[in-house]
Design a binder for this molecule. Structure first.
Ligand SMILES: *Cc1c(COP(=O)(O)O)cnc(C)c1O
Length: 955
């Protein structure tokens, strides 16, 4: 029997293709190509110490056994993570659908109208529930959203007051402990002074700029903050409220009693707990902060034909423009999960959601009543879904035994146990819970059924919601499954994803997200697990995460790995905080200078500032490499205070710099640490690694190199690897990890970030194994060099290594076309849409260029199709340059061409319709039609509208 291997499925080119491609490149073998490309001094000696790959069948069988080691107890733990029912129509058509999950962040608005609409719905939904004027889509988790609010208001302080030292932020003691953990981590480097206490005793003095409360609070209590908020405002203090969307279906929204920012998680809107994530956090605020709002904001604009079109608003490009003046480093967020949550609201509508919320409250009230009847000391404050029972430790221990027998988990605190009821809590769950308590009290209980749960609206008057929500028609049109299915498909069909064609985005590594890697994420043994489940019930997860960490350490050449950061940028921040802690530990608190090459990704300087560091920019030479003379000079100049260098390797210019060992040595000589941005690991795995080049820390973008799909802008995971001397400083977690004194505070709400999607990277490593991983890297380099070979005669490739090769990506210089024919890089990007392709990365890291990265997963046939399109466009550009086509009215300037445009009876361009729409023969078979003409970004930024506009405007 021939053994099926996953490697041959993951890698695009077959053996024959490979030969032809090598011939085009001018290399006799793939090893020769690698030798020419990767400097010998940094090559891995020998192979990765990992097992051989598994077939998909073997892998999934093994994983089933591992999954069975997780015990599925019913969770009443709450704390921001709740059972929820994912409507199957959403699970199947969004979460399990590559048309949605393989799409990229919607930078190219024209081919992203479907997901942009889903995200606009998310913003509208959040604004409605919170009663706020603006919302983004989305943030990483509730805890970091609260930290973003703290930072945003800090940056927005009145100048005079900031100068006078106003730097205190008050945090109510009844905010979730993991939120407090992350706030501590984020406040320190910015020199924000956190003060904890009860909101009732808060003195509201002038030295405070902001305050955070939770509504309902961590124990479920609903308190009346109206007057308090007013008093805060009278004293110039802004109020941040952490809240819960489901509760807000019934409770007066914070926006109606003055909140300045409302944050929280949209998890319980149909997104499984997944042992901590991924879920979309939300951030809603007042109009006055619209220019400071962190994360991505979807706005309404119009296209060239004057039709309504959506696009990401100005802030989207924040870090790339502002760099070290950016106040947030959010890049990848939680787009796919925001889409799911918004669709949950679309599917249920206002009435459906109100009923779900009422039912949750009815169940919770009944349980509360039953426990009271059994004689327990239950909390008396008004609540929505969470209440507590006062109990000492001994009593709790006894209760625990009864709970284990009933297979349920509660939240145990020093003096109380807390119980949270959710949408997925069944009468059976409730009976087990009540029975546990009844058994402890050696009393009888009655079995309850659905008919026993009656909503009574016992909320105090101030908390009863009177305002409506979800009144926009989109929330009432799709309540039957047929309508919903078609709505989802209609939006999906507007967009380009990996299901259409290669997405050649430099730096973003849009490789295969294999079905076998994705399948397990909806298995209940993984999906339905609360992050704070007792350790003995999650042995399957423990084993999986342990193996993953060990293997990632092997791949990076490091000692240990933290799986906590929820994105690449969060990894950067975490890694720099680890470096900071290390210097402090050594008595070098003053070391705060970080050197960053001019070509670095925008998140690098933004993260550095968040970690309290000062950025010094290092020049790049004309070959795109770090200018070592400048580096040496700056390292010497700042020797006393040097904290770190942030370096991307291979460089953002797509080259393995020869000088890297010298560079890392210079930094070490001056007492600095080397942070490697590992977004480009796809050119390293199995061939070289950050450890070899002399780095001390690096983050990995698991949503690039390690096969987690991009989800239209998230989820992602950015674990960090560190050398041994930095291991003691890795992030801790106050709720779920045992912390040493040296550990830095948590950087994410959950201890393993978005644990659920770590399974994808685990599968990727398991199935490719030692040899497959190395093959993947070699083919990534092969594919990039093949494209280079095909394009370089017509398109100048900006940077290359000393043997004329590139790493896994390359920058194509388009500035000459602008000079000669007035053609912008953007024109080429939009023209590619007419050929059915997503544009390469535009104007990063060099303006007026595109950066192309094919990845190993694309076949020669697909690479050829892309190159044919590029060459055809080149011809079109030449026609403009030669004056054969008009400079302003040509296929490039008018791209993308919509079906309406091409079919319209008045056609008065200097080229025909066939050239516009069917420039190459393959297009007659597979034509993608852009749903909008070119989107006007400037118009949208001038008229910032970030919620669903009235229905007439849709038509
Ligand atoms: C993608 C990327 C990042 C940021 O990662 P996110 O997950 O989007 O935060 C950082 N650096 C480089 C070079 C990248 O390509």
């Amino acid at each position: 029997m021939v053994r099926e291997t996953f490697t041959s499925r993951h890698i695009g080119p077959n053996e024959n293709d490979q030969k032809e491609m090598l011939k085009a490149i001018g290399c006799a073998s793939i090893d020769e190509l690698i030798e020419k490309t990767v400097p010998a001094s940094i090559r891995l000696k020998g192979k990765l110490n990992l097992p051989k790959g598994q077939s998909e069948y073997e892998y999934l069988n093994d994983l089933k056994k591992l999954a069975a080691k997780n015990k599925l107890f019913k969770s009443f733990i709450g704390m921001g993570y709740y059972g929820t029912i994912t409507p199957p129509v959403i699970q199947r058509n969004v979460l399990e659908n590559p048309g949605w999950y393989t799409a990229y962040t919607p930078y190219q608005a024209e081919i992203s109208q479907g997901r942009l609409e889903a995200l606009l719905n998310f913003q509208t939904m959040v604004m409605d529930f919170t009663g706020m004027e603006m919302a983004n889509a989305s943030l990483l988790d509730e805890a970091t959203a609260a930290a973003e609010a703290m930072s945003m208001l800090f940056a927005a302080r009145d100048r005079k007051k900031a100068k006078a030292g106003q730097n205190k932020f008050f945090v109510d003691e009844n905010v979730f402990p993991h939120t407090i953990d992350v706030l501590k981590s984020r406040a320190t480097p910015l020199e924000i002074e956190l003060v904890f206490g009860s909101w009732k005793d808060f003195d509201k003095s002038e030295s405070y700029y902001g305050a955070l409360i939770q509504y309902p609070n961590q124990y479920g209590e609903i308190e009346d903050y109206r007057q308090w908020t007013e008093e805060c405002h009278n004293n110039g203090i802004k109020v941040v409220v952490a809240s819960d969307l489901m509760a807000l279906a019934l409770l007066t929204p914070p926006g109606e009693w003055g909140a300045d920012v409302v944050v929280g998680s949209a998890q319980r809107f149909g997104v499984p707990m997944g042992y901590g994530g991924p879920h979309a956090a939300f951030f809603a605020t007042k109009d006055e902060f619209k220019r400071q709002l962190p994360g991505r904001i979807i706005g309404v604009s119009q296209d060239k034909a004057g039709n309504r079109a959506l696009r990401m608003a100005l802030q989207t490009r924040e870090q790339h423009i502002k760099r070290d003046r950016a106040t947030s480093n959010i890049c990848t967020a939680q787009a796919l999960l925001a889409t799911m949550a918004s669709m949950y609201a679309v599917y249920h509508g206002a009435e459906g959601l109100e009923k779900i919320a009422q039912f949750i409250n009815a169940k919770a009230s009944k349980v509360h009543g039953e426990l009271k009847r059994l004689g327990y000391d239950v909390s008396e404050a008004p609540f929505f879904d969470t209440f507590y029972v006062r109990m000492d430790a001994a009593e709790q221990l006894a209760l625990r035994d009864f709970c284990i027998a009933e297979e349920i988990n509660l939240r145990h605190e020093e003096d109380r146990v807390c119980i949270s009821i959710d949408e997925a809590t069944t009468p059976n769950d409730i009976n087990r819970l009540v029975r546990g308590f009844a058994n402890l009290a050696t009393q009888d209980h009655v079995e309850l059924g659905n008919e026993d749960f009656v909503f009574e609206n016992n909320f105090p008057a101030f908390a009863k919601r009177s305002s409506k929500y979800l009144q926009h028609p989109v929330f009432s049109k799709y309540h039957s499954e047929t309508e919903m299915m078609r709505y989802l498909k209609r939006l999906e069909n507007k967009d380009i994803s990996l299901t259409h064609s290669m997405i050649p985005l430099g730096s973003c590594t849009m490789k295969l997200n294999a079905a076998s890697e994705l399948l397990p994420i909806t298995w209940p043994e993984f999906a339905s697990v609360h992050p704070f489940t007792p350790a003995e019930q999650v042995m399957g997860y423990a084993e999986l995460l342990d193996t993953l960490s060990t293997w990632l350490a092997e791949v990076t050449g490091f000692h240990s790995v933290s799986l906590q950061p929820n994105s690449g940028a969060q990894g950067e921040y975490a890694g720099l905080m680890v470096i900071r802690a290390y210097h402090e530990h050594n008595g070098d608190k003053h070391r705060n200078i970080v050197l960053i090459p001019a070509s670095a990704h925008g998140t690098n300087p933004a993260s550095a500032v968040m970690a309290g560091m000062k950025v010094v920019v290092v020049k790049c030479d004309e070959n795109g490499n770090i200018d070592t003379t400048d580096l040496r000079a700056k390292a010497e100049q700042h020797s006393e205070n040097l904290s770190a260098l942030m370096v991307t390797y291979p460089s953002t210019h797509g080259v393995f710099e020869e000088d890297i060992l010298e560079i890392t040595e210079i930094i070490h000589q001056h007492g600095g640490q080397v942070y490697m941005d590992g977004a480009n690991m796809n050119a390293q795995v199995g061939i070289t690694n950050p450890g070899i080049i002399g780095a001390d820390v690096c983050h990995l973008n698991l949503h690039k190199t390690f096969a987690i799909p991009h989800g239209g802008g998230g989820p992602g995971m950015g674990p960090i690897g560190v050398a041994e001397h930095l291991t003691p400083f890795l992030p801790g977690h106050s709720v779920a990890l045992t912390n040493e004194e040296t550990n830095i505070n948590a950087v994410s709400a959950a201890q393993y970030g978005s644990a659920l999607i770590l399974i994808i990277s685990y599968g990727y490593l398991k199935m490719l194994g030692r040899d497959g991983l190395e093959e993947a890297t070699k083919h990534a380099i092969l594919n990039a060099n093949y494209i280079k070979a095909r394009l370089q005669e017509k398109y100048p490739v900006l940077y290359q290594g000393k043997n004329g090769t590139v790493a896994h990506e390359m920058i194509v210089d388009l500035r000459g076309f602008k000079e000669r024919g007035g053609i912008e890089a953007e024109d080429l990007a939009k023209r590619l849409i007419d050929f059915g392709f997503h544009a390469p990365t535009l104007s990063f890291p060099v303006a007026g260029t595109v950066m192309i990265e094919p990845t190993e997963s694309e076949s020669k046939e697909e690479l050829d199709r892309f190159c044919d399109a590029m060459l055809c466009i080149h011809q079109e550009m030449e026609e403009v340059i030669l004056g054969i086509q008009d400079r302003d009215d040509n296929v490039l300037k008018n791209a993308p061409h919509t079906l309406n445009h091409v079919c319209s009876s008045d056609w008065n361009h200097g080229y025909d319709r066939e050239k516009a729409a069917f420039a190459l023969p393959y297009l007659k078979e597979t034509k993608y039609w852009s749903p909008t003409a070119r989107v006007d970004n400037a118009f949208g930024d001038r008229n910032l509208i970030c919620s669903c506009p009235p229905l007439e405007e849709y038509m």
